[in-house]
Unconditional design. Structure first.
Ligand code: MLT
Length: 256
Protein backbone atom coordinates (compact mmCIF):
# COMPACT_ATOMS: atom_id res chain seq x y z
CA UNK A 1 0.00 0.00 0.00
CA UNK A 2 1.03 3.60 -0.62
CA UNK A 3 1.56 5.34 2.69
CA UNK A 4 0.37 8.73 3.87
CA UNK A 5 3.06 11.23 4.77
CA UNK A 6 3.99 14.78 5.66
CA UNK A 7 6.65 16.57 3.65
CA UNK A 8 8.73 19.74 3.56
CA UNK A 9 11.38 21.14 1.23
CA UNK A 10 12.53 20.29 -2.27
CA UNK A 11 15.18 18.24 -4.04
CA UNK A 12 16.38 14.67 -3.51
CA UNK A 13 14.09 12.75 -1.16
CA UNK A 14 15.06 12.01 2.43
CA UNK A 15 12.54 9.41 3.64
CA UNK A 16 12.04 8.98 7.39
CA UNK A 17 10.57 5.78 8.91
CA UNK A 18 9.38 6.03 12.51
CA UNK A 19 9.66 3.45 15.28
CA UNK A 20 7.21 1.68 17.58
CA UNK A 21 4.74 2.67 18.95
CA UNK A 22 4.86 6.17 17.50
CA UNK A 23 4.19 7.83 14.13
CA UNK A 24 5.51 10.44 11.69
CA UNK A 25 5.35 13.13 14.39
CA UNK A 26 8.55 11.73 15.91
CA UNK A 27 10.27 13.50 12.95
CA UNK A 28 8.82 17.02 13.44
CA UNK A 29 12.22 18.58 14.27
CA UNK A 30 13.82 16.96 11.20
CA UNK A 31 11.02 18.03 8.84
CA UNK A 32 11.54 21.63 9.87
CA UNK A 33 15.31 21.69 9.91
CA UNK A 34 16.38 19.51 6.98
CA UNK A 35 13.98 20.98 4.43
CA UNK A 36 16.74 23.35 3.29
CA UNK A 37 18.77 20.31 2.19
CA UNK A 38 16.26 17.73 0.94
CA UNK A 39 12.62 17.01 0.17
CA UNK A 40 11.95 15.49 3.60
CA UNK A 41 9.16 12.90 3.67
CA UNK A 42 7.98 11.47 7.02
CA UNK A 43 5.66 8.50 6.44
CA UNK A 44 3.09 6.95 8.73
CA UNK A 45 3.45 3.17 8.65
CA UNK A 46 0.29 1.19 7.78
CA UNK A 47 -2.56 1.25 10.24
CA UNK A 48 -1.98 4.65 11.88
CA UNK A 49 -2.07 8.39 11.27
CA UNK A 50 -2.43 9.19 7.58
CA UNK A 51 -2.10 5.49 6.62
CA UNK A 52 -5.20 3.67 7.86
CA UNK A 53 -5.54 -0.04 7.00
CA UNK A 54 -8.49 -2.41 7.14
CA UNK A 55 -7.30 -5.61 8.78
CA UNK A 56 -4.26 -5.32 11.04
CA UNK A 57 -3.34 -8.97 11.14
CA UNK A 58 -0.44 -11.14 10.05
CA UNK A 59 1.71 -8.21 8.92
CA UNK A 60 5.42 -8.84 8.42
CA UNK A 61 8.35 -6.44 8.38
CA UNK A 62 8.63 -7.28 4.66
CA UNK A 63 5.05 -6.00 4.20
CA UNK A 64 6.03 -2.67 5.76
CA UNK A 65 9.11 -2.54 3.50
CA UNK A 66 6.87 -3.25 0.48
CA UNK A 67 4.77 -0.23 1.49
CA UNK A 68 7.91 1.91 1.59
CA UNK A 69 8.93 0.69 -1.89
CA UNK A 70 5.48 1.58 -3.28
CA UNK A 71 5.61 4.97 -1.61
CA UNK A 72 9.04 5.70 -3.12
CA UNK A 73 7.61 4.86 -6.56
CA UNK A 74 4.57 7.05 -5.90
CA UNK A 75 6.86 9.96 -4.99
CA UNK A 76 8.19 9.69 -8.55
CA UNK A 77 11.83 9.04 -7.61
CA UNK A 78 14.18 6.10 -8.10
CA UNK A 79 16.23 6.47 -4.94
CA UNK A 80 16.03 8.01 -1.48
CA UNK A 81 18.24 8.75 1.47
CA UNK A 82 16.59 6.43 3.97
CA UNK A 83 16.40 6.90 7.73
CA UNK A 84 14.96 4.21 10.01
CA UNK A 85 14.42 4.72 13.72
CA UNK A 86 14.36 1.49 15.70
CA UNK A 87 11.50 -0.59 14.16
CA UNK A 88 11.98 1.72 11.17
CA UNK A 89 15.56 0.38 11.02
CA UNK A 90 14.28 -3.22 10.89
CA UNK A 91 12.20 -2.13 7.90
CA UNK A 92 15.22 -0.58 6.15
CA UNK A 93 16.99 -3.97 6.34
CA UNK A 94 14.04 -5.63 4.58
CA UNK A 95 13.95 -2.91 1.95
CA UNK A 96 17.69 -3.38 1.34
CA UNK A 97 17.10 -7.10 0.79
CA UNK A 98 14.19 -6.48 -1.58
CA UNK A 99 15.16 -3.25 -3.39
CA UNK A 100 18.76 -2.17 -2.68
CA UNK A 101 18.64 0.02 -5.80
CA UNK A 102 16.13 2.33 -4.12
CA UNK A 103 18.52 3.30 -1.31
CA UNK A 104 21.10 6.05 -1.97
CA UNK A 105 22.29 6.31 1.61
CA UNK A 106 21.19 4.90 4.92
CA UNK A 107 20.83 6.15 8.49
CA UNK A 108 20.28 3.50 11.15
CA UNK A 109 19.00 5.30 14.20
CA UNK A 110 18.61 3.53 17.58
CA UNK A 111 18.28 0.15 15.91
CA UNK A 112 19.95 -3.22 15.60
CA UNK A 113 20.39 -6.02 13.09
CA UNK A 114 19.86 -8.98 15.45
CA UNK A 115 16.56 -10.82 15.55
CA UNK A 116 14.61 -11.23 18.80
CA UNK A 117 15.84 -13.97 21.15
CA UNK A 118 13.40 -16.12 23.16
CA UNK A 119 13.11 -13.60 26.01
CA UNK A 120 12.46 -10.68 23.66
CA UNK A 121 9.84 -12.74 21.79
CA UNK A 122 8.08 -13.43 25.07
CA UNK A 123 8.22 -9.69 25.85
CA UNK A 124 6.45 -9.00 22.52
CA UNK A 125 3.68 -11.46 23.41
CA UNK A 126 3.31 -9.94 26.89
CA UNK A 127 3.06 -6.45 25.41
CA UNK A 128 0.54 -7.63 22.81
CA UNK A 129 -1.60 -9.16 25.58
CA UNK A 130 -1.38 -5.89 27.53
CA UNK A 131 -2.50 -3.86 24.50
CA UNK A 132 -5.39 -6.24 23.81
CA UNK A 133 -6.55 -5.91 27.38
CA UNK A 134 -5.88 -2.25 28.16
CA UNK A 135 -5.22 -0.43 24.88
CA UNK A 136 -2.06 1.08 23.39
CA UNK A 137 -1.77 3.73 26.09
CA UNK A 138 -0.86 1.01 28.60
CA UNK A 139 2.46 0.52 26.77
CA UNK A 140 3.54 3.91 28.10
CA UNK A 141 4.05 2.71 31.67
CA UNK A 142 6.07 -0.25 30.47
CA UNK A 143 8.14 1.36 27.72
CA UNK A 144 8.55 5.10 28.17
CA UNK A 145 11.34 4.97 30.72
CA UNK A 146 13.44 2.95 28.25
CA UNK A 147 12.68 5.19 25.29
CA UNK A 148 13.34 8.62 26.79
CA UNK A 149 16.16 9.40 29.20
CA UNK A 150 15.56 11.27 32.46
CA UNK A 151 16.50 14.62 30.96
CA UNK A 152 13.58 14.56 28.48
CA UNK A 153 11.44 17.68 28.80
CA UNK A 154 7.83 17.45 29.95
CA UNK A 155 6.75 18.54 26.47
CA UNK A 156 8.69 15.71 24.78
CA UNK A 157 7.25 13.21 27.28
CA UNK A 158 3.76 14.48 26.60
CA UNK A 159 4.20 14.41 22.79
CA UNK A 160 5.51 10.85 22.85
CA UNK A 161 2.75 9.69 25.22
CA UNK A 162 0.20 11.26 22.82
CA UNK A 163 1.64 9.20 19.97
CA UNK A 164 1.40 6.02 22.08
CA UNK A 165 -2.25 6.82 22.73
CA UNK A 166 -3.14 7.39 19.10
CA UNK A 167 -1.95 4.10 17.62
CA UNK A 168 -4.95 1.76 17.08
CA UNK A 169 -4.51 -1.31 19.34
CA UNK A 170 -4.80 -3.75 16.41
CA UNK A 171 -1.95 -1.98 14.64
CA UNK A 172 0.22 -2.01 17.79
CA UNK A 173 -0.34 -5.76 18.17
CA UNK A 174 0.45 -6.33 14.47
CA UNK A 175 3.70 -4.32 14.89
CA UNK A 176 4.70 -6.36 17.93
CA UNK A 177 4.11 -9.64 16.10
CA UNK A 178 5.97 -8.41 13.01
CA UNK A 179 8.97 -7.40 15.13
CA UNK A 180 8.87 -10.70 17.03
CA UNK A 181 9.03 -12.69 13.79
CA UNK A 182 11.52 -10.55 11.86
CA UNK A 183 14.58 -12.27 10.44
CA UNK A 184 18.12 -11.69 11.63
CA UNK A 185 19.89 -9.07 9.47
CA UNK A 186 23.42 -9.38 10.84
CA UNK A 187 24.71 -11.11 7.71
CA UNK A 188 23.29 -8.32 5.55
CA UNK A 189 25.50 -5.63 7.11
CA UNK A 190 28.66 -6.54 5.18
CA UNK A 191 26.72 -6.34 1.90
CA UNK A 192 25.42 -2.77 2.40
CA UNK A 193 27.06 -0.80 -0.40
CA UNK A 194 25.87 2.72 0.40
CA UNK A 195 27.18 5.37 2.81
CA UNK A 196 25.67 4.55 6.19
CA UNK A 197 25.43 6.46 9.45
CA UNK A 198 24.60 4.74 12.72
CA UNK A 199 23.19 7.12 15.35
CA UNK A 200 22.51 6.18 18.94
CA UNK A 201 21.60 7.96 22.15
CA UNK A 202 24.18 7.64 24.94
CA UNK A 203 21.40 6.91 27.44
CA UNK A 204 19.40 4.51 25.30
CA UNK A 205 17.63 2.09 27.63
CA UNK A 206 17.38 -0.64 24.97
CA UNK A 207 20.75 -0.64 23.19
CA UNK A 208 24.40 -0.42 24.21
CA UNK A 209 26.79 2.01 22.53
CA UNK A 210 29.17 -0.86 21.95
CA UNK A 211 26.53 -2.67 19.88
CA UNK A 212 25.95 0.48 17.81
CA UNK A 213 29.68 0.86 17.16
CA UNK A 214 29.95 -2.79 16.17
CA UNK A 215 27.06 -2.48 13.74
CA UNK A 216 28.69 0.56 12.07
CA UNK A 217 32.03 -1.29 11.88
CA UNK A 218 30.37 -4.25 10.15
CA UNK A 219 29.09 -2.00 7.33
CA UNK A 220 31.78 -1.20 4.71
CA UNK A 221 30.96 2.54 4.55
CA UNK A 222 29.58 2.73 8.08
CA UNK A 223 30.13 5.64 10.48
CA UNK A 224 28.98 5.97 14.06
CA UNK A 225 27.79 9.00 16.00
CA UNK A 226 26.59 8.91 19.61
CA UNK A 227 24.21 11.53 20.95
CA UNK A 228 24.77 12.71 24.54
CA UNK A 229 21.79 13.44 26.77
CA UNK A 230 19.42 11.22 24.83
CA UNK A 231 17.52 7.99 25.22
CA UNK A 232 16.19 5.82 22.38
CA UNK A 233 14.04 8.44 20.63
CA UNK A 234 16.97 10.69 19.71
CA UNK A 235 15.07 12.60 16.99
CA UNK A 236 12.90 14.39 19.56
CA UNK A 237 15.18 14.27 22.58
CA UNK A 238 18.24 15.94 21.07
CA UNK A 239 16.98 17.33 17.75
CA UNK A 240 19.76 19.90 17.33
CA UNK A 241 22.55 17.32 17.68
CA UNK A 242 20.71 14.77 15.52
CA UNK A 243 20.03 17.32 12.78
CA UNK A 244 23.68 18.38 12.84
CA UNK A 245 24.79 14.74 12.45
CA UNK A 246 22.32 14.21 9.60
CA UNK A 247 23.43 17.38 7.82
CA UNK A 248 27.12 16.45 8.12
CA UNK A 249 26.38 13.03 6.71
CA UNK A 250 24.02 14.09 3.91
CA UNK A 251 26.25 16.83 2.56
CA UNK A 252 28.79 14.12 1.59
CA UNK A 253 26.20 11.91 -0.16
CA UNK A 254 26.27 12.21 -3.94
CA UNK A 255 22.73 12.69 -5.16
CA UNK A 256 23.48 12.57 -8.90
C1 MLT B 1 11.03 0.92 18.54
O1 MLT B 1 11.42 1.93 19.14
O2 MLT B 1 10.71 0.95 17.34
C2 MLT B 1 10.89 -0.35 19.28
O3 MLT B 1 10.96 -0.13 20.65
C3 MLT B 1 11.93 -1.33 18.85
C4 MLT B 1 11.81 -2.66 19.51
O4 MLT B 1 10.99 -2.82 20.42
O5 MLT B 1 12.55 -3.58 19.10
Amino acid sequence: MKLGYEEAGEGPVLLLIHGFPVDRRIWRPQLESLATLRRVVAVDLRGRGKSPADAAEGWTIDDYAGDIAETIDALGVHQVDLVGLSMGGYITFSLLRMHPEKVRSLVLMSTKAEEDGPEAKKGRDDNAALVREKGSEALGDRMLQNLLSKSASDQVKKDVADMFRSIPPDSAVADLEAMRDRPDSTALLASIRVPTLVIQGEEDGLLTLEAGREMAAAIPEGRFVSIPGSGHFVSVQQPRLVNEALRDFLKDVTTG
